[in-house]
Design a protein around this ligand. Structure first.
Ligand SMILES: Cc1cc2nc3c(=O)[nH]c(=O)nc-3n(C[C@H](O)[C@H](O)[C@H](O)COP(=O)(O)OP(=O)(O)OC[C@H]3O[C@@H](n4cnc5c(N)ncnc54)[C@H](O)[C@@H]3O)c2cc1C
Ligand code: SF4
Length: 329
């Protein structure tokens, strides 16, 4: 591990100042991803700013009827919170589908959103990887790419986004509150937070250097049935091959509203509003669900080893929609 400074400020202001005093600074929360990256020499920060002294561990109700979640709330506490379990069961299930109990006890809300890809080549310093070392090439294109993305890829990077929680947050229309080093506060949807790889795959998000996430904001829960389905190689302790976060309401035999987000298939937590629009106002049917799967997959590109994700997503989505709407008829 490369030598680094470690400080643990007591205030947000001091954390922001410490993060900008010297280049190559990282905030550390649970450390369950960052420390692995440092041990492997993939990330070499010169300074760690431990934010665990900040008061960012509360979950409170907003006046609009939503929830404001502190950036340091552990994943297990968030999943177990009575208001999350009763009003946002999708989020609770997505979190519990990730990692292990020990990891979820340490992992934090913001850290989960900002965890880096699980592409094996990214974690192998001997392999060319544009995300780790810009311009070095992509070993996954033309290599072993079974777990890689089929949507949102570029000819520079095809790595999938790993977070289960972020998929649920996208379906729930969550937004991220942060403070820049200047003190300016920002709010971004998850669509605005994450970046597609394009020709800068080493930059995962639109956060500025030294910008601190403070909270996640959930709007009032959407009406309808909530589902989180995760397909993976083992029943637990494995990242998603395909995951689907779904909220669907059926009224008088027709789909009144629908929210669809996907994990494992995209280079960022994926949402498809065109597919959602195609569901609205229609009676549930197998033909409709097949059409919706076609829409979600309209730009999908397999690279050989991950071709199976196209049919896996199709089957998982149609089965989930059939179940959630009470049958395809
Ligand atoms: C074996 C294993 C299995 C796993 N399985 C899954 C799984 O199935 N599904 C899943 O979703 N995840 C899984 N994970 C990932 C795990 O969920 C993440 O490691 C964890 O959520 C990261 O949170 P953390 O608080 O430990 O982040 P850290 O490691 O502390 O930080 C991660 C990144 O976020 C930045 N950061 C943290 N907090 C802030 C903040 N407030 N503002 C700005 N930047 C910040 C850090 O600088 C760092 O760059 C697994 C991890 C392991 C090791
Ligand atoms: S897919 Fe992305 S992370 Fe994986 S080797 Fe290629 S550039 Fe690196």
């Amino acid at each position: 591990m490369t030598p680094f400074d470690y400080i643990r400020p007591a205030t947000t202001e001091a954390s922001l100042a410490a993060a900008t005093e010297r280049p190559d600074t990282r905030f550390i929360a649970g450390g369950t991803n960052l420390l692995d990256l440092m041990k492997l020499g993939i990330d070499r920060p010169k300074r760690l700013v431990d934010i665990n002294g900040l008061e960012l561990r509360t979950i409170s109700q907003t006046t609009e009827g939503g929830l404001r979640i502190g950036a340091l709330v552990p994943n297990s506490d968030l999943a177990a919170h009575p208001l999350v379990r009763s009003r946002y069961p999708l989020l609770s299930r997505a979190i519990l589908a990730g990692a292990s109990a020990q990891l979820r006890n340490k992992a934090t809300t913001a850290g989960n959103l900002l965890q880096r890809t699980r592409c094996y080549y990214f974690y192998d310093p001997a392999a060319p990887c544009n995300k780790r070392e810009p311009g070095s090439g992509c070993s996954a294109i033309g290599g072993f790419n079974r777990i890689m993305a089929i949507l949102g890829t570029s000819d520079q990077c095809i790595a999938s986004h790993p977070s289960d929680m972020a998929v649920a947050m996208r379906a729930l229309d969550a937004s991220v509150e942060s403070i820049e080093h200047s003190g300016a506060r920002k709010s971004r949807t998850l669509e605005e937070l994450y970046r597609l790889p394009g020709d800068t795959p080493h930059i995962d998000t639109n956060l500025e250097a030294g910008e601190l996430i403070t909270h996640m904001l959930l709007p009032p829960p959407a009406t309808g049935e909530h589902r989180y389905v995760k397909v993976r190689d083992r029943a637990s302790y494995a990242f998603a091959l395909v995951s689907i976060a779904t909220i669907v309401a059926v009224e008088n035999g027709r789909i009144a509203s629908a929210s669809l987000a996907f994990g494992g298939i995209g280079t960022m937590p994926w949402r498809d509003r065109e597919a959602e629009a195609a569901l609205r106002g229609e009676p549930p049917s197998g033909t409709l669900f097949a059409h919706v799967a076609d829409l979600v997959l309209r730009n999908a590109e397999g690279r050989g080893g991950n071709d199976f994700k196209i049919s896996l997503l199709r089957r998982t989505l149609t089965a989930t929609l059939e179940e959630i709407t009470g049958g395809a008829a």
